[in-house]
Write a protein that binds this ligand. Structure first.
Ligand SMILES: Cc1cc2nc3c(=O)[nH]c(=O)nc-3n(C[C@H](O)[C@H](O)[C@H](O)COP(=O)(O)O)c2cc1C
Length: 361
């Protein structure tokens, strides 16, 4: 039966019954007091839309181009882990649903499906999100495999030197159930979660294996390690945005990791204007965190983002309806964006300028 819903906000409650408590909390939760998580949504409420009327919006076009790839809308699928926890077809279903919606999937390093199988699932542009392992040979191998499998860009997640303190996962002693693993790391023997007495096994995995010593020098190294354009995900300040430009990356994602890393940051949308001002159009700027409505996409674009990434709603769609559920979520957001464009008098993505929004008093 096709997944029916009215908007992306209701999906979380709909999905609650479909997945285990530990999985639900892992996906829905944020770090510590979940202030960053809440602020991501609240930030959109601080901006109001300024509709222009009588501008012939009979023909509308939500399409755009991201790093040379044509997409049906300025919305991509954010990298998220462990899709097999919510659907047996895992990332393969996500890849199919994303391709059906004609946009880009950013596949996570810590997927439950090998990157080659995701690539083979469907012919569509996709990018690879990279976590850097302390063992650089392991990291280089991941990069080479992504290049070989036809991924079109690398997305380095820079906000995870250690895992944020996700207290729901601590309480639930979150780990991967038997039979699930971090498939890309199977050849390196790093696919399993450690056994821990209490707390989150995943947090221990990250502490043991990911490289907390990363610096901008490593960005230069990564650039030289592959011919792919490099995107840095997890930028929240103008200072780091300028460094990203100086280090020659192709794009950045303004993101607080969906409120899952450092708690008590700004909502990501509130960090966007300073970053956009600092970048001065030199590279593509994307935003994620709390996108749930077409009007959210419109606001992010009006404030200077070239596109947004969608995290949790895609996982809820996957849980509820597999590939079709993922497609339905993305189609819904595109429909809402199209409506918002019509009602603000913007027929094309290029028409979405800074005048669309005003800060609420
Ligand atoms: C369950 C889950 C797993 C995630 N896994 C990753 C990951 O493997 N790599 C990464 O860079 N970001 C990861 N993220 C962060 C997302 O890429 C994105 O920044 C965030 O989900 C966007 O916020 P939203 O969920 O409010 O749309 C994850 C987020 C969630 C909810």
């Amino acid at each position: 039966m096709a997944l029916t819903f009215t908007n992306l906000l209701e999906l979380e409650e709909m999905a609650r019954a479909k997945v285990s408590r530990a999985t639900f909390d892992y996906i829905a939760g944020g770090a510590e007091d979940e202030v960053s998580l809440r602020r991501n949504r609240e930030a959109f409420g601080r901006w109001a839309l300024r509709p222009r009327v009588l501008r012939d919006v009979s023909k509308r076009d939500t399409r755009t181009v991201l790093l040379g790839e044509r997409v049906s809308m300025p919305v991509c699928v954010a990298p998220t882990s462990f899709h097999a926890l919510v659907h047996p077809d895992g990332e393969v279903a996500t890849a199919r649903g994303t391709a059906a919606a004609e946009t880009i999937l950013i596949a996570s390093t810590i997927a439950t499906t090998p990157l080659e199988e995701i690539a083979a699932a469907v012919e569509a542009p996709r990018w690879f999100q990279l976590y850097v392992y302390r063992d650089r040979a392991v990291t280089e191998e991941l990069v080479h495999r992504a290049v070989k499998a036809g991924y079109k860009a690398l997305c380095l997640t820079a906000d995870t030197p250690v895992l944020g303190r996700r207290e729901r996962d601590e309480r639930n002693a979150f780990t991967l159930p038997p039979g699930f693993g971090i498939a890309n790391l199977r050849p390196a023997g790093l696919d399993g979660m450690p056994k821990v007495d209490h707390g989150s096994a995943f947090a221990t995995y990250v502490a043991n294996l990911l490289d907390a010593s990363l610096t901008w020098d490593d960005v230069d190294w990564l650039k030289s390690a592959s011919p792919l354009p490099l995107i840095i995900k997890g930028i929240m300040t103008a200072e780091d945005a300028v460094l990203a430009v100086e280090h020659g990356v192709a794009g950045i994602v303004v993101s607080n990791h969906g409120g899952r890393q450092l708690d008590s940051t700004l909502g990501s949308l509130d960090a966007l204007p300073d970053v956009v001002a600092a970048v001065r159009g030199r590279i593509e700027v994307y935003l994620d965190g709390g996108i749930r409505r077409g009007t959210d996409v419109l606001k992010a674009l009006a404030l200077g983002a070239k596109a947004v990434l969608l995290g949790r709603p895609v996982l809820w769609g996957l849980a509820l309806g597999g590939a079709d559920g993922v497609r339905a979520v993305l189609d819904q957001l595109r429909t809402e964006l199209d409506t918002a464009m019509a009602l603000t008098g913007r027929a094309t993505v290029k028409d979405i300028d800074a005048n669309v929004v005003v800060r609420t008093p």
